[in-house]
Design a protein. Structure first.
Length: 156
């Protein structure tokens, strides 16, 4: 914002809020004299002060607050005064992934074995299913099988 650019900004805000310089200063935590210096272009309000003023104006005139925010290079959204509008044509949020069934997980295992053996899943499926059935009959769980089938560590 150019040096004298804040004077109309302050005047518009004061008019919307029905405040005099003393009251404006009280609302912004500065003295009446400081506001007077701003109006006379003898000192400069900080951007934080101008943003605070936009927040005060937003409560009584959101359209003016939006124009004032633009004047200081901000948006109401950026100042936390409004939520961004939903983008038109935006895709709806995707549904959560569905739970994978046991049958699908078994297919993943069969396909992994088939790929490792360079065979078709049709060929290895009966062997994989037999291995799972036998492990279950022996009371083995997948964690135990995984641990027992892991290569020995170099410290063993």
């Amino acid at each position: 914002m150019s040096s004298p650019g804040w004077v109309p900004f302050l005047n518009q805000a004061c008019a919307a809020l029905h405040l005099n310089q003393r009251q404006l200063g009280e609302n912004l935590g500065v003295s009446r004299r400081t506001v007077s210096r701003w109006m006379a272009v003898q000192s400069t309000p900080t951007m934080d002060t101008l943003a605070d003023l936009v927040k005060h104006v937003h409560g009584v005139d959101p359209a003016l607050a939006s124009r004032l925010a633009v004047a200081i290079g901000q948006t109401l959204e950026g100042l936390g005064l409004a939520t961004p509008p939903a983008a038109s044509g935006a895709a709806a949020p995707s549904p959560p992934p569905r739970a994978t069934s046991v049958a699908d997980l078994l297919d993943c295992v069969v396909c992994s074995v088939a790929e490792a053996a360079d065979l078709s899943p049709k060929t290895v499926r009966p062997m994989v299913m037999l291995a799972f059935r036998r492990a279950h009959e022996l009371g083995l769980d997948l964690a135990a099988v995984s641990k027992a089938s892991a290569p020995p560590s170099s410290g063993d």
